[in-house]
Design a protein around this ligand. Structure first.
Ligand code: SAH
Length: 342
């Protein structure tokens, strides 16, 4: 395992093996979590220790191969190159409450959603914990903007990489590290029911976002293959269990697709199915992906849908489109980059 994917306790155990005092582990942990690019920078460590670490645990810092900045709203998008040459995207969004990064959890994705650019080339590999941490850390360093919020809504399915994601959460939340509160973190899933149950048992204070996108199996089956394994009723039952275990309101994402899932009857069906489950809806006008025939809903259809949910007692917000001028929706920049380099 890479040093940067280790918890402070694990690093402590390792340093003990290296016959180093415990405070050295804390020094190295702190340096790594501040974004040190080499052991040379770690001037409070003895030279011989630095040499040993360099030999056994070389440090890699991701390289920004592309940077885009929206002229409309200051949203920034990074394409980071990982140690093995693969690339992932990170988006930095500026809100009144702070700066938020949307990070990737995998290189590619195997979930196959019909509207999503991230899944077009399939799954290449899962990200290691430090590769998720690095996205937060180096986006902060490169931009000079302090990051207070994280959404796991970039490329990949976080619950398909659960172990590494949980470890990442522990790292980014650690007080010797970036110390970002779990209450400021959202994790988005396409609906892997057994994993939602597993996560519920951890009783974390993060926000679970569920990509619902349809009120019933008939529609959801056509746009999200995962629904064949975990149909809507089972998914909503898992959401109820999650709420019971954590007392955290579920946030549902709903990409509004013209003529597919945006009718008043769909909003009404959602209300019927969600009865008794505290929920918040994020309505996202579909981002058009070149390879897909699906189109965004009209503004009027989105507004009508929102009103029906609200009138039925379910809060619904329309997600502001940020970075409309910079391919900011997930997977689009990596896809372009891969195509150009083929
Ligand atoms: N795999 C996770 C997280 C990554 S996608 C998940 O499925 O939730 C983050 C969100 O963006 C999901 O709700 C996803 O369905 C949505 N999304 C993907 N492509 C989109 C597009 N073209 N337009 C709007 N939303 C999209």
């Amino acid at each position: 395992m890479k040093l940067k994917s280790m918890t402070l306790e694990e690093m402590g155990a390792l340093f003990k093996e290296l016959r180093q005092p415990a405070f050295r582990a804390k020094q190295v942990y702190t340096w790594l979590h501040k974004g040190a690019r080499s052991y040379e920078e770690m001037t409070n460590l003895p030279k011989d220790l630095r040499a040993v670490l360099e030999e056994k645990y070389p440090i890699y810092a991701p390289v920004a191969v592309r940077r885009q900045e929206s002229k409309l709203d200051g949203t920034r998008k990074y394409l980071w190159q990982l140690e093995d040459g693969n690339c992932v995207e990170t988006v930095l969004m500026r809100y009144h409450y702070g700066n938020s990064v949307c990070i990737s959890s995998e290189v590619g994705c195997r979930m196959g959603c019909a509207f999503c650019a991230s899944t077009l080339g399939g799954l290449v590999r899962k990200l290691q914990p430090h590769e998720m941490l690095d996205q937060v850390l180096f986006t902060q360093l490169d931009s000079g903007l302090p990051i207070s919020h994280i959404v796991l809504m970039g490329i990949g399915e976080p619950l398909d990489n659960m172990e590494n994601v949980l470890r990442f959460l522990e790292l980014v939340n650690s007080k010797e590290g970036m110390n970002i509160s779990l209450r400021h973190i959202s994790l988005s899933t396409c609906g892997l029911v057994p994993k939602i149950d597993e996560l519920a048992q951890k009783k974390l204070q993060l926000t679970l976002s569920v990509s619902l996108h349809a009120p019933n199996d008939e529609i959801r089956n056509t746009i999200m293959p995962v629904n064949r394994a975990y149909p809507v009723e089972e998914l909503l039952a898992a959401c109820r269990r999650y709420y019971q275990a954590t007392n955290r309101r579920i946030s549902f994402e709903y990409a509004m697709i013209n003529g597919v899932n945006d009718g008043p009857e769909h909003a009404k069906e959602l209300l019927r199915r969600l009865k008794g489950l505290p929920a918040h809806f994020n309505l996202i006008p579909l981002n058009h992906v070149e390879e897909s025939p699906l189109k965004p809903s009209t503004k009027a259809a989105v507004a009508r849908f929102q009103k029906i949910l609200e009138d039925g007692g379910v809060t619904a917000t329309v997600r502001r489109t940020l970075g409309g001028d910079i391919d900011a929706s997930c997977g689009q920049l990596r896809r372009k980059h891969t195509k150009e380099n083929q």
